[in-house]
Design a protein around this ligand. Sequence first.
Ligand code: FAD
Length: 365
Amino acid sequence: MIYDYLIVGCGLFGATFAHQATAAGKTCLIIEKSHHIAGHIHSAKVADIDVHVFGAHIFHTGNERVWAYVNQFATFNRFTNAPIANYKGKIYNLPFNMNTFYQMWGVTTPAEALAKLEEQRAEVQGEPANLEEQAIKLVGRDIYETLIKDYTEKQWGRPCKDLPAFIIRRLPVRLIFDNNYFNDPHQGIPVDGYDAMVQAMLGDTEVRLDTDYFSDQAYYDSLADKVLYTGPIDQFYNYRFGYLEYRSLRFETETLDQPNYQGNAVINYTDADTPYTRIIEHKHFNFGKQAKTVITREYPAEWQPGDEPYYPVNNAANQALFERYKQLAILEEKVFFGGRLAEYKYYNMDQVIDSALHLGDQING
Ligand SMILES: Cc1cc2nc3c(=O)[nH]c(=O)nc-3n(C[C@H](O)[C@H](O)[C@H](O)COP(=O)(O)OP(=O)(O)OC[C@H]3O[C@@H](n4cnc5c(N)ncnc54)[C@H](O)[C@@H]3O)c2cc1C
């Protein structure tokens, strides 16, 4: 064996594990099928602006170990996610807070806002039968119809009345004037971009890009004592029980000859007539002063096998299928599995790092 570990996939999980293993004196080879490092957090420079290629990524965490860990590799700026909703040309602040309630109803005090919310919530009594009833029960009909209904229907491609209530168990409501989307104490974007952060994690670790594990699995396995696999778990087992399903996204990116298109990094379009769900203006993640700007329109898309997987569809059927694959994975002696694709799980970046650090703790001691 040449290496202690073969790591399949150079996303955040693979890079974190490689860093931990190397620090513990182990040798690693990373193979990555795409042409870049960093997996889904990869960004590319367009018109001197960092463009988040696989969707907007904002780092936020309440995990002190993870925050200290990432700060070894990157300096984070003070970006705070404060998305805006545009409904038929009218602007609302998100998440739902006193600014939103003022814009919606003209109320100016928390007591007035609460009275309005309670009056509207009373429309649904008892157990909500679907997502529509659940949303009205949580925030009332006005907010539901203006900020949730059409946006959610675009996202899922189905009427809210046909979607299960559990999709929105909670809709945080703030009775203060605070547009910060996240509650976590730490938030920001790496000043030099996510790829530079991942590159710093990798250090001198050998990485082979454009290298698909399945092009010669036996050969790659023969190179190392153990294998960490961060690709799709169903693919590892050649889809023998069937495909795990995902929701996908389609991005339309445009460079505009103007310095500032929309004045905010993220604007959601919550009406039915606009076909995309949101527009990202990338330079605002870094307070960019470039002469041009780059925007991305984000369209939800049906996923077909072979398409880029974005969001796992964690319904009962897919979870049951995943459990069958997981039972096979548990029996593997040489291979262990981690990350969003191998665990079929929506993970935020901090959670992926935390999970990889724990795996490193267990394996490297
Ligand atoms: C649209 C969107 C927005 C998001 N925004 C945020 C956000 O704002 N904040 C946040 O904290 N998190 C966000 N996330 C989550 C974040 O993207 C993930 O937590 C993170 O990218 C997961 O890292 P990973 O290493 O598990 O997976 P990945 O980044 O997918 O890495 C897996 C790697 O394995 C490679 N691979 C797969 N199969 C093979 C093979 N056969 N051979 C070789 N290589 C292979 C892939 O090419 C890929 O590079 C978002 C996710 C999505 C979908």
